[in-house]
Design a protein around this ligand. Sequence first.
Ligand code: ZN
Length: 157
Amino acid sequence: MKKIASFTVNHLTLQRGVYLSRRDALQNGEVITTFDIRMTEPNRQPALSGKSLHAIEHLAATYLRNRNDWAGKIIYWGPMGCRTGNYLVVCGDYRPDDILPLLRDTFAFIAGFEGDIPGATARDCGNYTYMDLARAKADASRYLDEVLANPVTEYPQ
Ligand SMILES: [Zn+2]
């Protein structure tokens, strides 16, 4: 089988950052953009915990879909299986710089979140106790301070 595009990124030198992963044109000409929201250095820093990433997923998805200026363009937010980051899929042709303010707001929301995680109930989620809010807040805060302040946005060659 053909190696898919996301496996051709050189993970040996990939830094934490915000990357344009894919740009897909639909048949009607509309563009769907997939961003790589990379929170840890692959294979060099510890991956995020599954529980942290799950809490980040619930909080980010909730925040993004409640942002009036972006909600209608958000298609998907979800964790990478390798637990080093997330994918954000948006409707429209965008670059990392276009979404940096939105990402900073999203991670600031997570870093400061108090209370019950939205959707963290047996009715609303498939594994609702598999959450770690304290770790999610710490991971979000670190990404905000160490990466989103001045993120790398170009994949290594
Ligand atoms: Zn869930």
